[in-house]
Design a protein around this ligand. Structure first.
Ligand code: EPU
Length: 427
């Protein structure tokens, strides 16, 4: 098994370039099915979740040509399969986007039922509510969920919970449904807007993405085109915290500063100085880390995917912080690892109370999930001495070249052991 060996304790200084957004990429790749044509997707992050999406597309009958490390041409003209093979759909949680995309093009789809995950239960009732409003029936057999409609017709969906996945899946299913679909109480994350922009580039008529109401007028067909994915706001936030916790100075390039505002405002309160440029931010810290209260919320609230990273930062604050997880039931599983490093954190349900300590000590650690894995790497970088982070395949689902990027800003980090999952050569 592979692990990272990290010698921490020095400020990270230099430049890093942010990759394309994972959570946009894993929706846009399935959405190419709707085009039934050639789509060139640029700025794809080179991560294992993208590789898993490509494997599914290929299994469904799409031809995928690698143009360069971050650009693929996906030709979905000859997709005929509507059932995603079980093993492939279980390789990645976001495979549920194939439900919406296949339903939208063929009127039917089968994908493995997403089980619970490391963050807690992962229901898809809101996805199914939207499909049902559009006229689809669903059934579950042997752990696979199927949806099918004679004809998809537009309708009004009021989501009971603000859900990124359900909002995107509803858009995918509705773009070629007959008539008008109105989605209310939708998610507003930057990647929702990115998926809507992609769909519009391919001929759809989606309006209002980024607000609480999205209106979709069904079109008869869509077509191919070229689209560039937005930068990953959570990857950017990760390097912003890396600069802050180590007292370093990092120029973070290829970002949209507006998308980072919820993160920027908290980091500034914690003592970071942040300079914004057109497509970059510089982050540094010259004063002590101040304690904060944070509650994670749907966008434009503070993103849940940054929660473990901020908790790590606050272990070093001069005072008491409270971090409340507003989205997932079980997102503090990494805290035990931080306690082994000398952090003082009490968790009660969805609330963590963090008493800042002057120092973290190195320790062997295990990444329980993607963002917590990245957070533990930052904790190790802040601790003087050598730490190890195991189970790094979680981290590689979502962070492109994390070792190389951290080394580029002066981190002493190396990967040891045999890879568990080889990344395909181009991705
Ligand atoms: N929910 C329901 N019913 C549904 C759907 C969601 O009750 O039908 C609940 C969930 O249980 C959760 C909340 O609604 O409590 C929000 O879930 P959402 O559907 O928004 O999450 P998701 O689409 O499954 C995406 C990201 C996650 C990120 C969340 C929240 C992808 C592939 N994943 O998940 O990202 O935490 O939105 O922003 O886009 C990550 O990147 O590390 C990650 C976990």
């Amino acid at each position: 098994m592979e692990k990272f060996v990290i010698r921490g304790g020095k400020p990270l200084v230099g430049e890093v370039t942010i990759s394309g957004a994972k959570n946009a990429a894993v929706a846009i790749l399935p959405a190419t099915i709707l085009a039934a044509d050639k789509c060139v997707i640029e700025n794809l992050p080179c991560i294992s979740d993208v590789a898993a999406s490509v494997d599914i597309l290929t299994a469904m009958g799409a031809s995928v040509r690698v143009i360069d490390k971050h650009t693929l041409e996906v030709d979905t003209t000859h997709v005929t399969q509507t059932s995603v093979p079980d093993a492939l759909s279980r390789a990645m949680r976001a495979s549920y986007y194939f439900l919406g995309a296949l339903l939208g093009r063929f009127g039917k789809a089968t994908v493995a039922m997403p089980g619970g995950c490391n963050l807690g239960p992962r229901p898809i009732d809101q996805h199914l509510k939207a499909f049902s409003t559009l006229g689809a029936k669903d059934s579950v057999e042997y752990g696979m969920i199927s949806v099918e409609a004679d004809k998809l017709r537009g309708g009004e969906v009021f989501f009971d919970t603000v859900s990124v996945g359900a909002t995107i899946n509803a858009m995918l299913a509705a773009v070629m449904a007959d008539g008008l679909t109105v989605l209310e109480n939708v998610a507003k994350e930057p990647h929702i807007v990115d998926v809507a922009n992609f769909l519009n580039t391919m001929g759809a008529d989606v309006r209002g993405a980024g607000t609480d109401v999205i209106k979709i007028r069904g079109v008869r067909s869509m077509h191919g085109g070229t689209y560039s994915i937005i930068p990953d706001q959570i990857e950017a936030g990760t390097y912003m915290v890396a600069a802050t916790i180590t007292g370093g100075n990092i120029l973070i390039k290829n970002v949209i500063p507006k998308h980072l505002e919820p993160i920027t405002s908290k980091l500034e309160k914690a003592g970071a100085t942040i300079e914004e440029f057109d497509d970059a931010v510089r982050v540094y810290r010259t004063v002590d880390i101040e304690p904060l209260n944070i509650k994670t919320m749907p966008h434009p609230g503070f993103p849940t995917d940054m929660q473990p990273l901020m908790t790590v930062l606050l272990t070093r604050a001069r005072g008491t912080s409270i971090v409340t997880e507003g989205i997932w039931e079980n997102r503090f599983r990494y805290v035990d690892e931080l306690v082994h490093m000398g952090a003082n954190i009490q968790v009660d349900g969805r609330v963590a109370v963090i008493e800042g300590v002057p120092e973290l000590f190195p320790a062997p650690m295990r990444a329980p999930d993607l963002r917590a894995g990245a957070a533990l790497i930052l904790a190790a970088l802040a601790a003087k001495g050598t730490s190890e982070v195991d189970d790094i395949s979680h981290v590689e689902r979502g962070y492109e070249d994390i070792v190389e990027k951290l080394r580029g800003v002066g981190a002493d980090i190396r990967r040891v052991g045999k890879p568990e999952h080889a990344l395909p050569q181009a991705l």
